[in-house]
Design a protein around this ligand. Structure first.
Ligand code: GLN
Length: 616
């Protein structure tokens, strides 16, 4: 389903919604639609609201908090409430707003959803992401259908009513396997006092009142200033921010203080004094070396216990589940901080200035692999608009052990990317092309291995005599519309038995990965390309859409392209197979004398496979 499709058409339950509220005979000021089957008190809510300023890692904080509850065996449903009027993140510029994170159901969301999926190791859906644009669109469309039966439509109760409806829908269906969740974790974008999120905070206030005592826990995520001219922490900004929240009718139960250094007792006492929050519910969330240590630090501070008490959830805790989860996570953290003997240089083609956020999931996928393989992986960002010749590529990639050409749009630097792919192919440097990078690999191969000099994608050269990459037929119909019109979300991929791709996925021949693209390999070139030695080892189960390419290992140690985005499904405890394959190959190539250990060996396919592999 494209992300601009109506949200949850089947269960937005328009009929139910109207029967309960629009069609009722009595005239009432209440407007709080409750989904069929919803039981008050079954699901509890935790709302994290920023005060003082944004950019404090609210997503990481909220997801770590949710993880604490998940570890206890509770089923959690996170929700990001976004203040902007966009319907989704599809039209946002990643260099300004960070990467567009695509969910399995095709919704284009912001990078925080990636953080949630990774920390919780849980696939999310469009229910877990709300924007003001979605809420207003829904309300306005209902108004046009006459859904409010003569009432004037107001921010309160109608817009806040729509928000509460969505919150309860998530509570009802957002838990494990579509079951009700034990706890919904809401992260409100921006800070208290912003115009944009005022109606969210109001809706949460109403919800807490309607659901009753012990239903909702409000967490104020504050910030403690430590001006260098004073050399001490000041609580004033935090006090004012919390006051702002209280003016909106919300009394926080917990105050979490972001700060550079551990927050002093004096500062905590001041905050407690001004905010009615007892000392045991004020927490120092100072900077740490790694985000992965945050859940354990929260637990040691007793944050989990306080939340359980506030929400009266102690009796839902599965202690054995928590013990197991803790052991697994702590093993991971231990690997994280263990010294790593080998150092790999990874070249990624991408504009330096804004890239960390623009390629956040790639950055994370690389990190997961480094931890799993016990290797330090240094990223060298390559400004490809400056690479104009073979010699230029040689210089830029000097000393690089692996190359990734990631996804992208627009012509900028495209020739440089092609030169980088050429370098990697000619020199036997492990290579992974992702989405645009997959297309670049095809173009490079067509030009240099098949002699189709002007081979290109019609995205960049509409007049190319050899348009090896061209627009998907379904996309041609959508020209002129921007948002949510690409081939989006999770799709099945058939992998050829015996291929490197299938090996990486543990011998499977059918996988599911996430896509976001408009162009594909032009089917009329498939035979020519395969005749020249490029193998399309991953395909759409029914249509001739090429989804994975590879070179035989007799020719190249690791040359793989994926039309999908493998980085979107990498998780700390289960690093993504294609990325693992890339780095394991780089380690084998460049550190042949080292014993890589069983974990790395698992990802290295012996060269010259005996069976030869069947062609599709
Ligand atoms: N621009 C290319 C396409 O639309 C690649 C997209 C991407 O890398 N996400 O197909």
């Amino acid at each position: 389903m494209p992300s601009n499709a109506p949200l949850e058409p089947e269960d937005a339950g328009e009929e139910a919604f109207l029967t309960r509220f629009g069609r009722s005979e009595e005239s009432t000021e209440w407007f709080s639609p409750i989904p069929e089957g919803y039981r008050k008190g079954r699901t509890r809510f935790v709302a994290v609201i920023g005060t003082v300023m944004s950019g404090l890692g609210k997503g990481i904080f909220s997801s770590s908090l949710a993880k604490l509850m998940q570890d206890k065996g509770l089923s959690v449903a996170p929700l990001k409430m976004e203040g902007y009027l966009n319907i989704d993140s599809g039209t946002l510029n990643p260099y300004r707003h960070g990467e567009v994170f695509v969910l399995d159901d095709g919704l284009e969301t912001d990078m925080d959803l990636g953080t949630y999926e990774r920390i919780l190791d849980q696939d999310l859906t469009r229910r877990n992401y709300m924007t003001a644009g979605q809420v207003y669109t829904e309300v306005l469309e209902r108004e046009r259908r006459g859904g409010y039966l003569g009432r004037d439509v107001q921010m309160i109760p109608h817009v806040t009513g729509a928000v509460k409806w969505k919150l309860r829908q998530l509570a009802l269906h957002g838990g494990r396997n579509g079951e009700p969740a034990d706890v919904v974790f809401v992260e409100v974008g921006g800070t208290a006092g912003d115009y944009e999120n005022g109606f969210y905070i109001e809706a949460l206030r109403e919800l807490a009142f309607e659901e009753g005592p012990e239903s909702t826990c409000f967490v104020a995520l504050s910030y403690i200033l430590e001006p260098s001219i004073l050399g001490e922490q000041k609580s004033k900004a935090a006090q004012l921010g919390i006051k702002r929240l209280m003016e909106a009718g919300v009394q926080p139960h917990i105050v979490a203080c972001r700060a550079k250094n551990p927050v002093t007792r004096t500062v905590m006492e001041k905050i407690s004094l001004f905010s009615n929050v007892p000392m045991r519910r004020i927490f120092s969330m100072h900077d740490r070396e790694s985000i992965y240590t945050i859940p354990e630090a929260m637990r040691q501070g007793g944050l989990d216990r306080e939340i359980l008490s506030i929400l009266d959830l102690h009796d839902r805790v599965d202690q054995a589940h928590e013990d197991r989860a803790r052991v697994r996570w702590n093993e991971f953290s231990a690997r994280l901080s263990a010294p790593r003997a080998r150092r790999l240089q990874l070249g990624i083609t991408g504009k330096y200035a804004a890239l960390r956020d623009a390629y956040a999931s790639i950055d994370k996928a690389v990190e997961h692999c480094g931890i799993a393989l016990g290797a330090e992986i240094d990223i060298r960002w390559l400004e490809t608009s400056e690479i104009r010749s073979e010699a230029g590529a040689d210089a830029a990639l000097e000393g690089v052990h692996a190359v990734i050409v990631p996804g992208g749009f627009g012509t900028r630097g495209i020739e440089g990317k092609i030169l980088c792919a050429a370098h990697a192919r000619a020199r036997g440097i492990p290579f992974l092309g992702i989405c645009l990078g997959f297309q670049v690999a095809v173009i490079e191969f067509a030009r240099h291995a098949l002699g189709l000099d002007r081979a290109h994608s019609t995205e960049f050269d509409p007049d190319s005599p050899h348009p090896v990459i061209s627009e998907l037929p379904e996309q041609k119909k959508l020209e002129g519309i921007m948002g949510g019109t690409m081939r989006l979300g999770g799709h099945e991929v058939d992998l050829a038995a015996g291929s490197l791709a299938s090996f990486l996925y543990g011998g499977r021949t059918s996988i599911r990965e996430r896509f976001r693209h408009r162009y594909e390999v032009d089917p009329s070139f498939i035979e020519t390309l395969e005749g020249g030695g490029l193998r399309f080892s991953g395909r759409h189960p029914k249509h001739p859409i090429m989804q994975v390419l590879e070179l035989p290992q007799s020719v190249h140690p690791f040359f793989v392209g994926t039309q999908f985005h493998p980085e979107l499904t990498s998780r700390p405890l289960s690093p993504q197979p294609v990325f693992m394959g890339l780095f394991a190959a780089a380690l084998t190539e460049f550190f042949p004398q080292d014993d890589l250990g069983p974990l790395a060996r698992r990802w290295v396919r012996p060269k010259a496979p005996t069976a030869g592999g069947s062609r599709t």
